[in-house]
Design a protein around this ligand. Structure first.
Ligand code: M6R
Length: 614
């Protein structure tokens, strides 16, 4: 993980870097730092903590500079402290570097450098890399770009780096493998970042480096991109970005997470727009249906993801099996890739990822591809590594999701997967015309229903105030809503630090029921559609042991209201789409509990938005 930012041009780099770091802070916030050059000398400030701690530490001390690099860290090698914070300066004091990724063979390189007298200050792999580059530069007598290329051909691992010579502050060398890196091109100025958000107000022209590419960014010159393995010149594709600055600001909400919860009607409409033509009875997904034969004839579908994206995959398992009658296996990417899975050319793999950069998911699809499977990517971030690595795919169009807890990413993933499942089922002749039309109309109505549900969150807020101090929570759901129980528990855990577990409701009596007493809040997802009578029995079982039941029910449900301690009503829908609705109150519940516990909602401890390490 980690966020990197660089600037080279005619403006003062410091405010650009600081603003950029704030926008990339979602990528890691263990420490941050900045390095600029003024009056021939390097100015480095770095410290443990958030970007605000860095700003406090700088306290106006930096002289203006037209070059700068900055970093916000999610610690891998070395604890989060001031010394391990980036940027790292080489022992000679000649080079300064920032890095997002992991250098796996850093220990052997460090030993070799130490044996030649290089002294290290930090425990990081990054300090090893900057010294390796500097060592090659001096011993071989080559320029910085060549030294970077030679060094990167020696290292094993993943990286996005920015490095410059303190004595030559007109040039920054950048390189990428496995971690994202984009170069923004303005008029006589350049921006470098992990994603485009740090420079959107300055330029929308950008080059996304591919893996194994490096670039020399130099004042007065065009960006020169070359291949790291063979030094071939590359003509990069220059993107014109569509993203707006408003999309990455809080827009009056207290937190990004709350904004993103409330954006769901819009993001779902964006996900469905042009694809779901309910009144004409058409689903159009050109990216996917190029490979429709593969999907229609698939003997099985493998779905791969991590965290919330894995939960969306579980919902898709119910959708594809129920509607399209295709066997589905849903796998954690991190397990799939290491267990020598049986994959054949007949397999279809759907990779789900908000960021499109999750290292395990990326590695899993590379493995599946090598073994002949066809890969469909369901990603949010346009141009991301997983999207590019996939044979075909559909973007979720959720818009930038900045809160570390996924909200709108989940519902848009489920919406896109719903479209895929319905269309495949229809093409296989498994849906009666009237049912097909009903499915389309119901899916089309979901954004309006969510909008209605979001008109008030007072119930979720009130219930949160009652249970905010509970040390544990159980979440129960059945069928399509079992993955929602897992998702609800994950949301609560990650932002409020309350231990929570999601379970299939019927599984409770095989163990977790032992936990239930008058202190255990149990959130039961119990819409009218689905296995309603069965879940009513499960609620009775909890009540019989004095558990406190918070039930998510369909509007007007009197039966569960009479037995539960608290109910939150949702709009009625078909069972297949109920996860899109039931998940909303669970997002609100965890949000309000986290706020009431004074947790950092958007940047929960130990987490980062984009997990680009294995
Ligand atoms: O970007 P991805 O969807 O691949 O990320 C996967 C997980 O890291 C992510 O969903 C994580 O679990 C979220 N913090 C959940 O809210």
């Amino acid at each position: 993980m980690c966020g990197i930012v660089g600037y080279l041009g005619f403006r003062n780099a410091e405010p650009i870097i600081i603003k950029g770091l704030r926008r990339l802070e979602y990528r890691g916030y263990d420490s941050s730092g900045i390095a600029t050059v003024a009056n021939g000398g390097l100015q480095v400030v770095k410290c443990q903590g958030k970007v605000q701690d860095l700003v406090d530490k700088i306290d106006g001390s930096l002289a203006e500079s037209g070059i700068g690099i900055g970093h916000t860290r999610w610690a891998t090698h070395g604890v989060p402290n001031d010394v391990n914070a980036h940027p790292h300066v080489s022992a000679s004091g000649k080079l300064v570097l920032i890095h997002n990724g992991i250098i796996e063979n850093y220990a052997s390189i460090k030993e070799a450098l130490q044996s030649r007298g290089v002294e290290f200050k930090s425990d990081t792999d990054t300090e090893v890399l900057v010294n390796l580059i500097d060592d090659i530069r001096t011993v071989e007598g080559v320029n910085l770009a060549k030294a970077v290329r030679m060094a990167l051909n020696q290292v094993i691992g993943a990286y996005a780096i920015c490095v410059y010579e303190i004595d030559n502050p007109t040039k920054i060398v950048v390189a990428k493998k496995g971690s994202p890196l984009v170069v923004g091109i303005g008029e006589n100025e350049f921006f470098i970042a992990s994603d485009a958000t740090p420079f959107l107000e300055y330029t929308k022209t950008a080059i996304y480096l591919e893996d194994d590419e490096m670039a020399v960014v130099e004042l007065g010159e065009e960006v020169k991109v070359r291949s790291i393995p063979n030094n071939k010149a590359i003509n990069p594709y220059v993107h014109q970005l569509q993203m707006d600055i408003e999309a990455i600001e809080k827009g009056g909400y207290d937190h990004f997470m709350l904004k993103e919860i409330y954006e769901q009607p819009k993001s779902l409409r964006d996900a469905l727009r042009g694809r779901l033509l309910a009144d004409q009875g058409i689903i159009k997904m050109s990216g996917i249906f190029e490979y429709r034969e593969k999907l229609v004839n698939a003997d099985r579908i493998l779905i791969i993801g991590c965290g919330t994206s894995w939960h969306a995959g579980l919902v898709a398992e119910y959708l594809f099996e129920d509607l399209a009658r295709i066997p589905v296996e849903v796998e954690y990417a991190s397990e799939f890739r290491y267990r020598n899975p049986v994959i054949t050319e007949k397999d279809v793999v759907i990779a789900i990822s908000q960021s499109g950069e999750t290292a395990d998911t990326l590695a899993a699809i590379k493995l599946a591809k090598e073994r002949g499977a066809t890969i469909f990517g369901v990603c949010n971030v346009v141009g991301s590594s997983i999207a590019r690595e996939s044979d075909a795919g559909a973007y979720t169009h959720a818009g930038p999701e900045i809160g570390v807890a996924s909200t709108k990413a989940f519902t848009t993933q489920v919406a896109v997967l719903s479209l895929m499942a319905i269309q495949i089922a229809y093409e296989k002749g498994l849906l009666k015309e009237s049912y097909y039309y009903q499915l389309l109309a119901e899916l089309d109505a979901v954004p309006d229903k969510i909008e209605k549900m979001l008109e008030s969150d007072s119930k979720a807020k009130y219930i949160s105030s009652l249970f905010k101090d509970a040390p544990n929570f159980l979440y129960l759901g059945r069928g399509f809503n079992f993955p929602v129980a897992l998702e609800g528990a994950l949301k609560l855990k990650e932002i409020s630090y309350i231990h929570a577990e999601g379970y299939p409701a019927a599984e409770m009596k095989h163990g977790p029921i032992a936990l239930i007493d008058e202190n255990m809040p149990v959130v039961v997802i119990a819409p009218k559609s689905g296995q309603y009578e069965k879940i009513v029995s499960n609620i009775q079982e909890v009540k019989a042991r004095n558990g406190k039941v918070i039930a998510v029910v369909s509007k007007g449900d009197k039966e569960i209201a009479a037995m539960a301690d608290h109910v939150i009503e949702i709009e009625e829908s078909m069972e297949v789409f109920s996860p899109l609705l039931t998940t909303i109150p669970l997002q609100l519940l965890s949000y309000h509990i986290a706020v009431m516990r004074e947790c950092n909602v958007d940047q929960p401890r130990n987490l980062a938005k984009s997990v680009t390490v294995e």
